[in-house]
Write a protein that binds this ligand. Sequence first.
Ligand code: FAD
Ligand code: SF4
Ligand code: SF4
Length: 463
Amino acid sequence: MAGKNIIKEAVPMRKLPMNERRTTFKEVALGYNLEEALKEASRCLQCTDPPCVKACPLHIDVPGFIKLLREKKFEEALNKIKEVNDFPAITGRVCPQELLCQAACVMGKIGEPINIGRLERFLGDLEISRGIRIPSLPKSREKKVAIIGSGPAGLMAAARLRKIGYDVAIFEALHKPGGVMVYGIPEFRLPRRVLEAYIDYVKKLGVEIKVDHVVGRTVTIGELLKNYDAILIATGAGTPKFLKVPGESLNGIYSANEFLIRINLMKAYKFPDYDTPIKVGRKVVVIGGGNTAMDVARIALRLGADVTVVYRRTEREMPARREEVENAKEEGVKFMLLTQPIEFLGDERGWVRRVKCIKMRLGEPDESGRRRPIPIPGSEFEIEADTVVIAIGAEVNPLIQMTTPGLKTDRKGRIIVDSEGRTSLRRVYAAGDVTTGEGTVIEALMEALKAVQTIDKDLSEKP
Ligand code: FAD
Ligand code: SF4
Ligand code: SF4
């Protein structure tokens, strides 16, 4: 490092002005322009044994793509990323990079780590603005793979399998492909034009996406196995968890899933051009401390509500990305920490009006590694609410498991896979949240990549 001109401070990313953030669904983080990207890229030390690569679940050649970016070889830089990641404009936006590649970056020890995700996003956005190039495909292998679910795991696997010559069809339950990226993560964090560009790319690769196909209901895995050589289950973990406290079925109380699907899939993000297909009250209470809770809170705020996030631990233990907690605070979301709802109280018409809570203190760490919240006796109090959204997590939907004899699951209903993505059934594989429980986009992509390699290996073997 001696003799190098080290720039300790990272190039900040511009954000949308606050007045627009509070009232529109426009993207908040504006990304780097060329000058900013080149400046940030120039800070990278080009480590010979780069820890950032090991810390990235996809092991992207970070110094490699940054070097090419520095040399303004944008196409080559992008190709370096696309060796393992087809969707850099997505990962660059939503990856918890502060816990992964950037947490490991050597520059973090002497100053601020390189903003690897933002550089990745810069290249991804550049590619989308120029039009994503469709690679020429190899000769067909005359083998068909069905993928169930079109979230990040399903889309990644579909693109990869097509690129090595398999015929691929995706079966998606909803009327739009994208999984959580379309119905969960809001427009102001992941613009739909980015997602649509990648879905269009997957389609142009020759993947058939069959929407409105609920596997387990319209068709079963057993039936699909008659027509396809392999099946990849990538159905995510989209079934909401509830608090199981009195009053939870009152009107005005939603699961985060229901709230997000109504808002995101019914175009409420185009508010005020479209009417909101959900009643969002004046006083909204969001329960939870993860990315979902932050997204719900920030959506409700944009729809004009006074929003309070109620979380049973402290800010330190919140699973949400730091950047999103900061954004929520900046925009005016209030936080009520060390607080647990114990009952919902309604009016005579059955609408929620107040949330009865109890104060908590932190004890020893539990199985999640975070300190266990313990109720403080006698500390009960009530807060006003006319809308409540429960965002305390989600679990795997049991439909496919219930309709597929022999498919093994664990006690939480997650599909059990071996270290290469094989399920207990021959020619059936699984990847993403359906195997891990609620995870992240990058984990889903990593699992998809692994399953693709296994499917290719197994289908290439002579019968
Ligand atoms: P999913 O994205 O859940 O996709 C599964 C798809 O399968 C869905 O489209 C579903 O409709 C379909 N499906 C389900 N059952 C069937 C069936 N029977 N037949 C056919 N199709 C079916 N992660 C991050 O890394 N960063 C973030 O900032 C982030 N924010 C998040 C915000 C919210 C609100 C939520 C809910 C999650 C967030 N996550 C984030 C988590 C991340 O989105 C998930 O880990 C990821 O989407 C999992 O990908 P997947 O492909 O396994 O499943
Ligand atoms: Fe560059 Fe940081 Fe990776 Fe080193 S660890 S190669 S400085 S991004
Ligand atoms: Fe970092 Fe995520 Fe990109 Fe990997 S995919 S380099 S973890 S931002």
